[in-house]
Ligand binder design. Structure first.
Ligand SMILES: Cc1cc2nc3c(=O)[nH]c(=O)nc-3n(C[C@H](O)[C@H](O)[C@H](O)COP(=O)(O)OP(=O)(O)OC[C@H]3O[C@@H](n4cnc5c(N)ncnc54)[C@H](O)[C@@H]3O)c2cc1C
Length: 306
């Protein structure tokens, strides 16, 4: 931890990354880049079958999932195969297959960039939302997350509410175990998503927009099959569906484009620059705005100025 404080004293605006899986570098950075390698997993058995799992921010997220699955600590198995580090997970409240980090989150430790003091943030302090937290909003660029604590359970409890997961679980000839669910979700994910090691991508490029009921019903008149989910402040619409309707799915422009299986993912077919990928994303945004009057928000962190 002293080494992080030392770097911050000399380079208060150092850019911190974990796995670098959710950033798009648009231009070169003239800042020191700090790669988080704070390792270590600690566990503490609590009353009522609860387990406190503390992990260094530089632990690979999926290694933590595998560790917890191997010990039958329930809670994060649905978040399997999300690339990146533990420290980045609270940044956007990672989520998948019916579970979000906030569901199992207890607290985190973060170092204030200017004072190098360590502060503790509870769930409430973090102001988690859909792919968001206080660290992406009011406290953007003010803290470096150094440790994350989760509250998991030793009591069997699996979330198979997502239809394809449920179908795969039903097909098993035995009662599903925590590792069955982890494996099923991992297989579903990689059957739909391009692996960044084979085809460059940063996951979902845009957030699923939440729109007003009146805008939704206007769109529904023209597109009766529009999928939707209830959300806190309106109706959530899959951004991938909107992008597909606008004709971007699988369309390759130069060395970039929206992926043929998952249009929400913008891929680099080889030599595209960060700027070209960013420009593609802006074109997609503009076409969705003119077609549906919906502003798509980028989920990927744009780095290096635009
Ligand atoms: C194929 C693929 C699939 C994905 N699927 C999902 C998914 O299902 N659900 C989901 O939520 N996300 C998903 N993502 C996005 C990504 O995996 C997550 O955002 C992940 O948490 C990024 O971790 P990272 O360590 O790579 O972060 P980085 O890309 O290194 O950093 C992301 C942001 O967090 C900041 N940051 C990183 N570490 C710290 C720290 N310790 N303290 C302060 N700031 C920090 C960085 O400055 C940057 O702004 C996917 C990405 C890919 C490529």
């Amino acid at each position: 931890m002293d080494s992080v404080a030392q770097v911050l004293r000399n380079h208060p605006n150092a850019y911190v990354i974990g796995g670098g899986s959710n950033i798009l570098l648009v231009h070169d950075l003239d800042r020191v880049v700090l790669i988080n390698k704070l390792r270590g997993i600690e566990i503490k058995h609590l009353a009522h079958d609860k387990i406190l799992v503390k992990a260094g921010a530089g632990v690979i997220w999926d290694d933590l999932v595998d560790f917890c699955v191997s010990k039958s600590y329930y809670g994060i198995e649905n978040l399997t195969a999300i690339p990146g580090s533990v420290g980045a997970a609270p940044m956007q409240n990672i989520g998948a297959y019916g579970v979000e980090l906030k569901d199992v989150f207890l607290e985190l430790k973060a170092m204030h960039r200017e004072t190098q003091e360590i502060h503790i943030f509870t769930t409430q302090d973090c102001q988690f939302g859909y792919r968001s937290s206080i660290f992406k909003n009011h406290l953007k660029d003010q803290y470096i997350i150094t440790e994350v604590s989760l509250l998991l359970s030793k009591e069997k409890s699996l979330n198979t509410s997502y239809a394809p997961v449920n179908m795969a679980v039903e097909k098993l000839s035995k009662e599903a175990s925590i590792s069955d669910v982890r494996d099923i979700i991992r297989d579903i994910r990689w059957s739909k998503l391009p692996r960044p090691s084979k085809l460059g991508n940063a996951g979902s490029f845009f957030k699923n927009p939440i729109i007003s009921k009146s805008l939704f019903s206007d769109i529904q008149k023209k597109y009766p099959s529009i999928p939707s989910y209830p959300a806190l402040n309106g109706i959530k619409v899959p951004a991938g569906w909107l992008i597909e309707q606008a004709g971007w799915k699988g369309k390759k422009i130069g060395e970039t484009g929206c992926h043929q299986k998952q249009s929400l993912v913008i891929v680099n077919y080889g030599e595209a620059t960060g700027e070209e990928i960013y420009n593609h994303a802006v074109k997609v945004q503009a076409s969705i705005e003119s077609m549906f009057n919906i502003e798509l928000e980028m989920e990927v962190n744009i780095v290096g100025g635009i």
